[in-house]
Design a protein around this ligand. Structure first.
Ligand code: PRX
Length: 650
């Protein structure tokens, strides 16, 4: 059901985007995937496609069977034995990559550390032994609540080394959110830090962890990294300093032999309702999926310097900071703090200083860079960049063009990657040497992935909008929701028979390109036409005064729903009643009178989750004068309060 309660047969698609960008011959010639045949072959034999990449990884015992599909349960690389850390570490220390930088880390205050593959291997072994000394065994859950420091990568891999299941909780979450997640997973150990740095402030992780642990009976030990010189409370017998534990630990830690289908991690994701879902991934299929997608979509080469700006608290960090790049033997940059600290050019300074070649970020960050303006990008030499990526939300075509022009110097392919915590790895994205890109489109499914646009009854929509669906299993798919298999079936597999329902709207164009239209709950129904928020927002962002916008539907006597647009303008733009009229007219020109907003509210900022997604649900509450729903996942709660005031004044 769409938000308005109508049955959704399709979504009307009104915005058209004609610009196209072909891969250059030069890029194509050097690309990891440069033969169109890869698509045909993968379609005709998906299992053989994945097997090819599985063979490039380290196994203790090869699999007997690639896929066992018993809908909605899948098993991949059945009978295989492995330890994921052997593909991320041990394999590289036997090659020329041994002394190559694995992590080039920068703290927010400017401190720097570089760990080679050899260093990382040794630190992981040491900390894995430290975990063992605390009684952690295969199958135990370990919660991590940490800043973006190398110890977070080390801790994740140490868990995997001994077969413990990691559950990383984003360091920006509250004590309450942390304890809920610890309790759901019944974690035995918590790894945290005294604190971390964000916008020049200290994030009091240990303080919040102590609060959380008042109500977490399963926790036996807490390991604390000393990130700064922050005063903390230390509970004897329960709390241990990381540096003391590793001091006593051996550098040699043989990896635990695991089954392909043993759990690797749990990662909690919150929907609009209900308690967070513990998305559970298993080892082998996930590894093969992140390895192959990293190699082909990011086109990584041994001499690349890759930087994914996500936090490891989100799936993007799990798949495309930890497991994907490390299994590919990549060199990567990792940064602790805010992108605009101490100035809005921090990110570009890092790109220039380290000669970053492949850069992966989110549309929300790109829109912030646009808002801060080009004066910050021109200060730096960004010519080392050769490929750009985006993930997390639909990217408005104008934001895509800005990224292309001001960051990519009009020479870098952009890979817009659609996927989810649940899918584990990239599902729809261009292979940069093969696919012509269109601003705002995630383009084509990754080789072997079978996607479609369906209506409520499961009929395929050949051109136009509807629900995005995945028709066949894929290796990195979630296996369950931790402790609640019924909810797994209900949430993802009950809309149509044996077809995965991701919860997103999408449209498909004449070239079979996919355009993700956002969460289906955000669809607006104006006079019987179902409009995607994404298209109206993109029409607004298309105007040169606007950098970000969020639209929501409110009840309208005549039309069913009317459109309210919240709009953030560029740094030096003055808002005025005339601008309201200009923007309304602009939407009409781009999309049509149907999409004309009833109201435009200028907003200094929009309410976003801590991972940067706009929370339209709260804007709907504001626009319809309802009591605000759950605000606990908001990055900055003051933003909604200010908007509410502003809306009431208007
Ligand atoms: O709505 C889609 C949006 O983000 C959702 C998944 O969020 P999460 O599990 O937090 O994972 C984010 C990182 C993979 C999707 O259901 N989304 C993600 N990538 C895109 C996107 N929407 C449009 N285009 C994308 N490239």
């Amino acid at each position: 059901m769409s938000q308005s309660g109508h049955k959704l047969t399709s979504i009307d698609t009104l915005l058209t985007e004609e610009r196209e960008f072909k891969p250059t011959a030069k890029f194509q010639a050097q690309a990891n995937a440069n033969d169109q045949e890869i698509y045909e072959k993968a379609t005709s034999n998906p299992e053989a496609f994945w097997e090819r990449y599985a063979r490039e990884l380290v196994w203790r015992k090869p699999w007997d069977k690639v896929l066992d599909w018993n809908p909605p349960d899948s098993k991949w690389f059945v009978g295989g034995k492995l330890n994921i850390t052997e593909s991320c570490l041990d394999v590289h220390i036997k090659t020329d990559a041994r002394n190559k930088a694995a992590l080039i880390w920068e703290g927010e205050p400017g401190d720097k550390r570089t760990l080679t593959y050899w260093d990382l291997y040794r630190e992981v072994c040491r900390f894995a032994n430290a975990l063992k000394s605390l009684g952690v065994k295969k199958g135990d859950r370990v919660a991590l609540y940490m800043p973006m420091i190398p110890e977070l990568v080390i801790a994740v891999l140490s868990c995997a080394r001994i077969g413990a299941i990691h559950s990383v909780v984003f360091g920006g979450f509250s004590a309450e959110a942390l304890s809920e997640r610890i309790n759901d997973a019944e974690a035995k150990v918590l790894i945290t830090a005294d604190g971390g740095y964000r916008r020049g402030q200290i994030v009091q992780l240990k303080h919040d962890a102590d609060e959380a642990l008042k109500d977490c009976p399963s926790i036996e030990h807490v390991v604390v990294v000393k990130r700064g010189n922050f005063p903390i409370h230390f509970q004897e017998n329960r709390d241990h300093w990381w540096h003391r534990l590793i001091d006593e630990a051996d550098f040699n830690c043989p990896a635990e032999e695991m089954d392909s289908e043993d759990p690797l991690y749990i990662l909690y994701t919150s929907g609009t309702t209900g308690k967070p879902k513990g998305i559970m991934h298993t080892i082998a299929g996930y590894l093969v999926g992140v390895y192959a997608t990293t190699k082909l979509v990011f086109d990584l080469k041994p001499n690349d310097c890759y930087w994914c700006t996500a936090d490891i608290g989100w799936v993007t960090g799990h798949s495309y900071i930890v497991y994907g790049p490390l299994s590919n033997g990549a060199t990567q940059v990792m940064y602790e703090g805010a992108p605009n600290w101490p100035d809005p050019d921090r990110v570009w300074k890092i790109v220039e200083n380290h000669g970053v070649t492949v850069f992966y970020t989110a549309p929300t960050a790109i829109r912030a860079f646009m808002k801060w303006g080009e004066k910050w990008t021109v200060k730096h030499d960004l010519s080392s960049l050769r490929l750009l990526g985006t993930v997390g939300e639909p990217i408005n075509p104008e934001a895509w063009m800005w990224y292309h022009k001001h960051i990519g110097g009009e020479k870098c392919p952009i890979v817009d990657t659609w996927w989810q915590t649940e899918t584990g790895h990239i599902m729809i994205a261009p292979l940069p040497g093969l696919i012509t890109t269109k601003p705002g489109s995630a383009t084509q499914p990754f080789p072997s992935i079978k996607a479609a646009i369906l209506d409520d009854d499961g009929n395929e929509v050949e051109h136009g909008g509807g629900y995005l669906a995945i028709l066949e299993p894929w290796p990195g798919m979630l296996r369950t929701i931790w402790g609640d298999h019924d909810r797994y079936i209900e949430t993802y597999w009950s809309k149509w028979k044996n077809i995965y329902f991701p919860g997103d709207g999408a449209k498909i164009d004449k070239d079979s390109y996919y355009w993700i239209l956002g969460r289906i709950d955000d669809v607006i129904n104006v006079a019987g036409h179902r409009l995607s928020t994404m298209e109206i927002e993109s029409a607004l962002v298309d105007h040169n005064s606007v950098v970000e916008s969020a639209v929501v539907g409110i009840t309208h006597e005549l039309k069913g729903q009317g459109i309210v647009a919240f709009v953030t303008v560029g740094g030096d733009i003055r808002t005025s009643p005339e601008l309201v009229d200009i923007l309304k007219a602009h939407v009409v020109k781009k999309i049509g009178a149907l999409a004309r907003p009833e109201q435009i509210i200028f907003a200094h900022d929009l309410p976003k989750t801590r991972s940067g997604k706009i929370m339209r649900r709260l804007l709907r509450d504001i626009a319809s004068g309802s009591v605000l729903g759950d605000v606990t996942t908001l990055a900055d709660p003051t933003v909604v309060e200010e908007l509410k005031r502003k809306y009431e004044e208007d």
